[in-house]
Design a protein around this ligand. Structure first.
Ligand SMILES: [Mg+2]
Length: 224
């Protein structure tokens, strides 16, 4: 056997093995996955996990507020919040759509403007506002959802926030990270110090322009 044919044999054995490994385990049945999501929510574990992350964020914000006071820095402190599964919950709509639905159906549910607040985030919001910290919402919802989104934020208790940034209608990047990062950069250029960014999606927390990023749990969907 020549060296070439031995190498070829090894290569094909490796590709056969790795190829078969990729299908060796049957994925979990989708109905069981959905039952798991409902259990995670209904058992209260989801809310506990959410509250734990928000507490960490609030502790950091508190330390920055105190530092700003003690050291007389007079920084214009701000926080950035995502909306869906961060400030507002789509859980009832997700159950209604069987954790699926078309994009159109999901947008129609959002535009009803009846999403309840995520309570730990609402408390963080009130804490920030009570301490003179600016709060900006940056969302992957599109600009044509502005009226419904603003009305929903207001009715859920998010009053007097400092800005609401929605995805432009002509946005064609593969990830929302480009828009969200550029918006945080713009806010910092306006003189705000973004102490923290809070979101359920990793894409929202990439790209910098925030001192710290806090990731909330979200087993329900993924935004690129
Ligand atoms: Mg979100």
């Amino acid at each position: 056997m020549s060296i070439q044919s031995i190498l070829l044999a090894i290569l094909s054995a490796v590709s056969f093995l790795t190829g078969s490994w990729a299908y060796a385990t049957e994925p979990r049945n989708i109905e069981l996955v959905k039952q798991g999501l409902i259990h995670y929510h209904d058992s209260g574990e989801y809310e506990k996990d959410m509250a734990r992350v928000v507490q960490q964020a609030q502790a950091y914000l508190q330390s920055r507020i105190e530092e700003n006071k003690v050291k007389h820095r007079n920084q214009k402190l701000a926080i950035v919040l995502d909306i869906d599964e961060t400030a507002l919950s789509n859980y009832p709509a997700m159950v209604k759509l069987g954790f699926g639905g078309t994009l159109q159906e999901i947008i129609e549910e959002e535009n009803k403007g009846v999403d309840p607040a995520i309570e730990p985030t609402l408390k963080l919001y009130q804490f920030a506002k009570d301490h003179g910290v600016a709060v900006f919402f940056i969302t992957a919802r599109k600009e044509d959802s502005r009226a419904a989104t603003a009305a929903n934020l207001e009715s859920a208790g998010y009053k007097n926030y400092d800005g609401l940034y929605l995805l432009p209608m002509d946005y064609h990047e593969k990830t929302v990270a480009v828009f969200k990062t550029a918006t945080r950069k713009k806010l910092m250029e306006e003189g705000y110090v973004i102490v923290l960014s809070l979101s359920d999606q990793k894409a929202d927390l990439r790209g910098g322009y925030a001192e710290k990023a806090f990731k909330l749990p979200d087993p329900f969907y993924l935004v690129p």
